[in-house]
Design a protein around this ligand. Sequence first.
Ligand code: FPP
Length: 248
Amino acid sequence: MNAESKSTQDLKEGLIPKHVAIIMDGNGRWARDRGLERSEGHKEGVEAIRRVTKSANELGVKVLTLYAFSTENWKRPLKEIQYLMGLPNRFFKRFVPQLIEENIKVTVTGFEQKVPDLTKRAIEKAVKDTKENTGMILNFAFNYGGRAEIVEAARTLSDEVLAGKINPKDINEEKFAAHLLTSPLGDLQDVDFLIRSSGEQRLSNFLLWQNAYSEFYFTKEYWPDYNEELFEQAIKEYQERNRRYGGV
Ligand code: FPP
């Protein structure tokens, strides 16, 4: 028996986090350490996405949200932004047949503004081609920012109040969450387990509302080195956590 199948057997089926969110960090440093361009790190990062998606789906994760491009990433050099904007097209062309075979549904969480048409079309096509799938949701946070999302929800709610559609007294956490970009995820909106690779220990404006009660896991490996075994190790640690949600 190899180490991988052994670790799968060690996992408790009933304790798989429903919503796993990942900050895929370290692509640039992975490339730098090899004397390569940063884009080579992102290219390898895509391979890690394939491995982890397969593993998460097989383990029974319901939603896997990946932080693929943040609203702050527009500050990067133009060449890198252009490379990242081209990735959905290249990635989905190759990957969608596998997603269909594995019954995985692609969704996207983020703002449309500024995203080039070609990139939007590639993402929309992947969403459309997999929309009948009933298995795991592979959700790309693309041009996403947590604060901007909360501000936008507040703005939409204010409009509804002004239009007399909602009484301010009726605004509660549930109603607010229903105005967030992740609302199509319904009762799977909240993140159970947040993983960040590359040794950095911060949230970087990622799913600020949805991570309110999630368990955090920081791992030193760079994202392009991430694989099934490391993902299972992370899930194993999650299963040892004691989630109390403010109780005792
Ligand atoms: C962080 O590493 C990574 C990113 C900002 C981009 C991650 C995107 C992908 C892996 C591909 C997305 C794919 C699709 C299909 C949308 P970094 O560049 O900040 O690394 P560093 O901190 O070492 O410089």
